[in-house]
Design a protein around this ligand. Sequence first.
Ligand SMILES: [Zn+2]
Length: 154
Amino acid sequence: MTAHLAFPRPPKASKHCRHYSYKLPITLPDSGPHCAAGHDMSAPGAAMPCMPEPRGACCDRAEYTDQERAAWRAAVEASQSRLAAALRALPSPIPLRTSGTVKCPNCGGALRYARWRRGAEVGCDTDGCCGARFSIAADADWPVFAQAKEEDRS
Ligand SMILES: [Zn+2]
């Protein structure tokens, strides 16, 4: 019984033109700015009309709607909450040079983690659930959560 939830991502509704995207990594030949409406983005500055504060005009400029922007913001916040919950589910601290798996608190799937001297990674197997890499000071305990301080007013 592995009922994995789906975590669909709405369009990344930024303040750029909705046709604009930027392909990474820059080492690939087709990386860089792209226009879904077909405008040539290869010249320096060609993407300036696509920016949140456009310089130059484009006849195909199209904005995301407020609803799309709200849906994107909500998805980002939900994603951050899933990651925070995932971190709280990890052993604390994770011993150096170890890895393991715990049950994901968000979806019940496999939440994998690894810790090395200057970093750590956590990621859920479920598509779109949560995951991140962290740079951590060498030999620092991680993750460590501040205990909710009981006010001691005697
Ligand atoms: Zn998960």
